[in-house]
Design a protein around this ligand. Structure first.
Ligand code: AMP
Ligand code: ZN
Length: 490
């Protein structure tokens, strides 16, 4: 074990504070997810990658996450689109939900424990409305039910919004609105348009307001508040402010959220990437241009989540080179482990893996540097800088052939730890999996013989070993860094 303590930046307090969840074996995290009415653009994906980075970080620190991301499958936009296409909202949202999950898989974003859907949480919404009614915080107008923000003393405290100019009793019905429109917001909406989806409830016919959905889904999944709540920075007001009002209004004695984390925007030429501005890229556009998902994941992870990130294709090119640098060093280590008959350690999975299967000797310092970067509010650029420093050191150790078997295993565990965060590296030796073990050791002994012949400057012998192997269908490849790879001639 190490004694490095994780700190996270809490948007509510406006500073970094030590992370102390209520139960280290069940860290409850809720993240605002997609509204499934269109493709996710790269900006949306940045916020999901952030959720993944948070998950992977807390696992590296030995915590067990119990995480949710909601699927907003009913809101103003969804209703509008399904009516105009003359299909039910279920038919309309299903393919978009599938596309969302496919994108997560493409980017190697880990699966969470829960993906609650708004349309499956109507009873939980009713329950919150009833509790708010009991507290006298709601009122009805034209079949809609509103939250009266004047009745909730702390309104505005999360987003630090100025409520002084607020007009008592003024309302706002749209799901999304700006700071200038700080008003009573709608919890439950009576159906308006012909063909609009509604639920028949004891509060009358209607459908939920967007803000109520998240408060209800948190309750549905956890029957309590959460340790961490995340979302894009654009959700701080009004969405998260309204969630606080609803949840604390309904359950005044309970803690709702211990740490609020917000991810900054992805920009294009200085402007927020968004569907409404039309300045967005979707994943398949970028992959269609020949870029690998790894480069996309790397770019999104290589900037700190609280800084704005200007997207460009040059960044993807740079990312590709950076990934190759790290992977090449890892490949050298893998080759060496093969020569020395050291098994490649399995990926870290369980809580005990993250606590116990860690570097303890030559790579310990490198591993601690990585953790220190993550401990500093998931400072991924700091982590990457330390990785590059350490692979430089490792490469020179490899050049000098000074790694013992224990050292090799220790470094392999270091790479496993790095990849538990980055999630982009390959841990297999190319083309070697289909070969029997005795055949492998034969080839390796021939490679070693050839290496020695070269050192003795007996190039004739070195060439004949290579040609001999070739006649048996084994091709040797000399890399610039001095290592030798082999593959089966096809
Ligand atoms: P939506 O599907 O629009 O509700 O957004 C899903 C998530 O993506 C939310 O957490 C938003 O805050 C986030 N988001 C939207 N646009 C961007 C952007 N350009 N950069 C980062 N996050 C974004
Ligand atoms: Zn939400």
């Amino acid at each position: 074990m190490h004694d490095i303590k994780l700190e996270l930046y809490d948007s509510n307090l406006g500073k970094k504070i030590p992370f102390e969840p209520n139960d280290r074996n069940q860290v409850k995290i809720y993240s605002c997810g997609p509204t499934v009415y269109n493709y996710s653009h790269l900006g949306n994906l940045r916020s999901y990658i952030f959720v993944d980075a948070l998950r992977r970080t807390i696992k590296l620190f030995g915590y067990q996450p119990d995480q949710s991301m909601n699927i907003t499958d009913i809101d103003d936009k969804i209703i509008r689109e399904s009516i105009s296409q003359n299909i039910s909202i279920e038919e309309f949202t299903k393919p978009w939900t599938e596309k969302f999950f496919a994108d997560l898989e493409t980017l190697n974003i880990e699966k969470l424990e829960h993906y609650p859907k708004a349309t499956e949480s109507i009873d939980d919404m009713m329950h919150i409305i009833e509790r708010l009614e009991d507290q006298g915080m709601t009122y009805e107008k034209d079949g809609n039910i509103y939250f009266s923000i004047g009745k909730f003393r702390e309104y505005g405290s999360l987003s630090k919004i100025d409520t002084s100019g607020m007009i008592s009793g003024a309302r706002y019905d749209a799901d999304e609105y700006e700071k200038e429109n700080v008003r009573d917001f709608v919890l439950w909406k009576a159906p308006k348009e012909e063909g609009e989806k509604f639920w028949n409830t004891k509060k009358g016919k209607g459908r939920p307001g967007w803000h109520l959905e998240c408060s209800a889904m948190i309750r549905k999944v956890y029957q309590s508040g959460v340790d961490i709540h995340t979302g894009g920075i654009d959700l701080l007001f009004p969405h998260h402010e309204n969630e606080v009002a609803q949840s604390k209004g309904a359950y005044p004695k309970e803690e709702f959220v211990k740490y609020w984390l917000h991810c900054e925007h992805l920009l294009v030429e200085g402007q927020k990437m968004s569907k409404s501005k039309g300045n967005f890229y979707i994943l398949s556009d970028i992959i269609g241009k020949g870029y690998n998902w790894k480069a996309i994941r790397y770019v999104l992870l290589s900037f700190h989540y609280r800084t704005k990130l200007n997207f460009s294709f040059d960044r993807l090119e740079e990312a590709k080179i950076s990934i190759e640098k790290i992977q090449n060093t890892l490949n050298r280590l893998l080759e060496l482990s093969f020569e020395k008959k050291i098994a490649i350690p399995e990926p870290l999975k369980s809580q005990s893996d993250f606590l116990n299967r860690i570097p303890v000797s030559v790579a310990k310092e490198a591993y601690h540097e990585m953790l220190k970067g993550l401990a500093d509010d998931i400072n991924s650029p700091k982590v990457l800088a330390s990785v590059f420093e350490n692979i430089k050191i490792l490469n020179s150790k490899l050049d000098r052939d000074e790694l013992s078997s224990e050292d090799i295993l220790d470094y392999l565990l270091y790479f496993r730890a790095i990849d538990s965060f980055l999630g982009i590296f390959e841990f297999k030796r190319e083309n070697q999996s289909s070969i029997a073990a005795d055949q492998e050791s034969y080839i390796l002994s021939k490679i070693a013989e050839r290496k020695k012949a070269k050192l003795d400057r007996d190039f004739k012998l070195a060439d004949s070993i290579r040609d001999d192997l070739k006649s048996q269908g084994i091709i040797l490849e000399d890399s610039k860094d001095g290592s030798v790879k082999w593959k089966i001639d096809k």
